[in-house]
Design a protein around this ligand. Structure first.
Ligand SMILES: *Cc1c(COP(=O)(O)O)cnc(C)c1O
Length: 415
């Protein structure tokens, strides 16, 4: 497992936060430092994920698709089969255990597309914690189905009306809350980013993915895979899929970022390829950020809401700089093709985020030999995201159905 040096991975990482938050981050670091090597704590975490989230998730061979594409044998690590439909629940369940140990009763989180907010609301309901979720007002409009579920699960969802009314403003608001409530409140960070110790802590919980993957590969394939591929938003599912293989130099690790619609500013969310992200400090840590000429955070685009982010895990920034992780990108169009192919050939409906890993992985598999093996991390399922996916692939029948459904909902609410 990768370890930071005082919160740094090479030149990236660190902790750049207002003084008032330092004690809480130090408390978290000390607690995590004392638990990370304790096998009974890991066992407690595994038991929670087994009882509640269906772990271990399977390693599924794609026999038909591998034959159709030609090249390597393709396998999927099925994080889509977690409770709530994605890998995010691994991290929040782990942080829930830390919250219990700290004796705190309340958690807060910020969420863009709503997936992390939903996972946090689910964990809070399960563990009996109060949850407040900050979300940009525009994001609430775009992702209303997640808001609906968060509220049903008992979380308070606060719409943030300032600025561009999206993730960045929600983050500022959540940090303001935390500064005022840090005595009894834990901030649940959703990906392997942010101030230390979060990148390392989130990676630790998500590493359950590659620990299982390694064991399953030995059992089902009889050897380690030649390549492991994951999509990269903030980097948590990728670090989860990579971390147990970091010392296995025969295993190539490939992170696929959102290539969007082009390479101009604002058309993509690629941060690790040449001429994209630049070293900077924002949102509490140092990493490769997409930036404008004047050093302001840049605009991003992706067909997948979960990959639409300006920064990237400092651990991945470091590993891509040292060459251990190979960065790649997939365009929106390639993503839609891979999405359709997996559905039609294998009967699995992937998330649009995960379809980036599919697009990158399928392309690589075709360049590989038939005795080689590639594992693609399927970070989430798509059927829960029907509104997003229908938005990405507009169809008249769906629009007409929604119009009729709106009429029915209105009539129902009035009666
Ligand atoms: C949130 C999300 C991602 C991106 O987040 P990472 O931290 O990069 O893993 C990827 N896939 C799915 C299904 C998601 O919900």
């Amino acid at each position: 497992m990768i370890r930071s040096q005082q919160g740094y991975f090479g030149e990236f990482g660190g902790r750049f936060v207002p003084e008032i938050l330092l004690p809480a981050l130090q408390e978290l670091e000390t607690l995590f430092g004392g638990l990370r090597d304790d096998p009974t704590f890991w066992q407690e975490y595994l038991q929670l994920t087994q009882e509640f989230s269906g772990r271990p998730t399977p390693l599924t061979p794609l026999r038909r698709l591998s034959k159709e594409l030609g090249g390597a044998n393709i396998w999927l690590k099925r994080e889509d089969l977690n409770h709530s439909g994605a890998h995010k629940v691994n991290n929040v369940l782990g942080q829930g255990l830390l919250v219990q140990r700290m004796g705190k009763k309340r958690v807060i989180a910020e969420t863009g597309a709503g997936q992390h907010g939903l996972a946090t609301a689910i964990m809070s309901a399960r563990l009996g914690l109060d949850a407040t979720i900050y979300m940009g007002a525009d994001d609430i409009e775009r992702q209303y189905s997640n808001v609906f579920w968060m509220r049903q699960l008992g979380a308070e969802v606060v719409g943030v009306e300032t600025g561009a009314r999206t993730l960045k403003e929600a983050l500022d608001e959540a940090l303001r809350d935390w500064a005022a409530s840090v005595e009894n409140t834990h901030y649940v960070l959703g990906t392997a980013c942010g101030p230390a110790p979060f990148p390392e802590l989130v990676t630790y919980f998500q590493s359950v993915i590659s620990i299982e993957m390694r064991e399953q590969a030995m059992k089902q394939i009889g050897q380690l895979p030649d390549e492991v591929v994951a999509c990269v938003g903030g980097g948590s599912n990728a670090m989860g899929a990579f971390s147990a293989f970091l010392d296995d130099t025969s295993v190539k690790l490939v992170g696929v970022e959102a290539g969007g619609v082009g390479f101009k500013d604002g058309e993509h969310s690629i941060r690790m390829l040449p001429n994209t992200g630049e070293t900077g400090i924002a949102q509490g840590y140092k990493t490769l950020f997409l930036q404008n000429h004047d050093g302001q955070l840049g605009d991003t685009h992706s067909i997948a809401a979960g990959l639409d982010y300006v920064g990237v895990s400092p651990i991945l920034a470091h590993l891509s700089q040292t060459g251990r992780v190979t960065p790649e990108s997939a365009s929106d169009n390639e993503v839609v093709e891979a999405f359709k192919l997996l559905m039609k050939q294998e009967g699995i409906i992937p998330a649009l985020e995960s379809s980036h890993a599919l697009a990158g992985g399928f392309k690589r598999a075709q360049q590989m030999r038939s005795d080689q093996h590639i594992i693609i991390n399927l970070s989430g399922r798509g059927d829960k995201d029907i509104f997003n996916i229908a938005h990405a692939m507009p169809q008249p029948e769906w629009a007409e159905f929604l119009a009729r459904e709106a009429e029915r909902a209105k009539a129902n609410a009035q009666s």
